[in-house]
Design a protein around this ligand. Structure first.
Ligand code: 13P
Length: 350
């Protein structure tokens, strides 16, 4: 019923030179971000921060979609002006995180994502509120000694992602399918490639089995890279090669766009990696761009510090990061790694 609109949403999000700002931190997670700048996690501060992001002048040159959290999507000022209004005015697509976080699958090692029960009703509510795409994050962890991710976890998370995608499509929301394999661990890039290929093949098997229109979906994967504790020096060309090789073996050509997560890489590393992937000469029938959270916001928060007088300079930082990644999505980023700090946290929750 929504097919034409879904295809339009997908093509808007995949516009050349643009990507997604993931600003969908739950109230708990944004609290952690705020504590890094000694800022209290109040509704007023959350409103001010998201307002800063959305009001950023010219951001629409580089950003085609913003993922929000429910509070943000439904929020408005006392005079009734909606918090997302600047996005709507700039024709930026509004997205919504619809998962309810993860719970242990059988012990603390592996998890499955919650939120299917109310999803149909929630999608209707979010569509009504102006959202046109959704995000659901499944989390998988590599541990070679424990043989993780287990087949059980891969299966449960793939089925859950497929059910989520199916429900979103029935309600007019483009589902971003996010099977994130964490970069925690000391595994090699070759091992990550093996696991990523196995996980993605299961995800697409389930999406097809659930009769999901693949051309109305987007994929938000990890890049194929070594674990954060692996001692090998990072080889960006190898990262690009293994990432694309894994995709070629698993992602249907009808899937229109890959919107990578940054996964805890530093802001610069995330841009360099995306750039290398786009520079690689290979068969790549998908748009390959960004849907970064931490890698688009870390320096913005540090520049803002919760102070009104810093809003302008924080917005300049955001614009610069968005431009860097826009260039990287075209293979034209020329910045170097200047020792930017890693944003990695073990067992990251969103
Ligand atoms: P990061 O870019 O910080 O990994 O977050 C993106 C995201 O939306 C995770 O679900």
């Amino acid at each position: 019923m929504y097919r034409t609109e879904l295809l339009h949403t997908v093509s808007q999000i995949c516009s050349s030179e643009k990507g997604i700002l993931a600003a969908d931190e739950s109230t708990g997670t944004i609290g952690k971000r705020f504590s890094s700048i000694d800022l209290e996690n109040t509704h007023a501060n959350r409103f001010a921060y998201r307002n800063l992001l959305f009001q950023c002048e010219n951001i629409e040159q580089y950003i085609s979609g913003v993922i929000t959290y429910e509070e943000t999507l439904l929020d408005s000022t006392s005079d009734g002006t909606r918090l997302i209004q600047p996005l709507l005015d700039k024709k930026i697509m509004v997205g919504i995180k619809v998962d309810k976080g993860v719970k242990p699958l059988y012990n603390e090692d592996e998890t499955v994502t919650q939120g299917l029960d109310d999803l149909d009703d929630n999608c209707k509510k979010y569509y009504e509120a102006g959202a046109r795409f959704a995000k659901w994050r499944a989390v998988l962890k590599i541990d070679k000694d424990k043989c993780l991710p287990s087949d059980l976890s891969i299966h449960e998370n793939s089925v859950t992602l497929a059910r989520y995608a199916s429900i979103c499509i029935q309600n007019g929301l483009v589902p971003i399918v996010e099977p994130e394999i964490l970069m925690d661990g000391d595994h090699s890039i070759e091992y990550c490639a093996k696991v990523t290929t196995h996980v993605l093949s299961n995800v697409y098997h389930e999406l097809l089995r659930h009769k999901v229109d693949i051309d109305c979906t987007l994929l938000k994967p990890n890049m194929v890279r070594q674990g954060v504790s692996c001692k090998d020096p990072i080889d960006w060309q190898k990262l690009a090669h293994f990432t694309i090789q894994s995709f070629q073996q698993t992602i249907p050509v009808s899937m229109p766009g890959v919107v990578f997560l940054s996964g805890g890489m530093s802001e610069t590393d995330a841009s360099i990696a995306l750039n290398e992937i786009n520079k690689l000469k290979a068969y790549k029938p998908w748009r390959l761009t960004f849907s970064y959270g931490r890698a688009l916001q870390s320096s913005v928060l540090s520049a803002w510090k919760g102070k009104e007088e810093n809003v302008k300079s924080a917005q300049e930082v955001l614009l610069q990061l968005a431009q860097n990644n826009s260039l990287a999505s075209q293979g034209k980023f020329v910045g170097k790694n200047e020792g930017c700090k890693s944003l990695h946290e073990e067992n990251y929750v969103y």
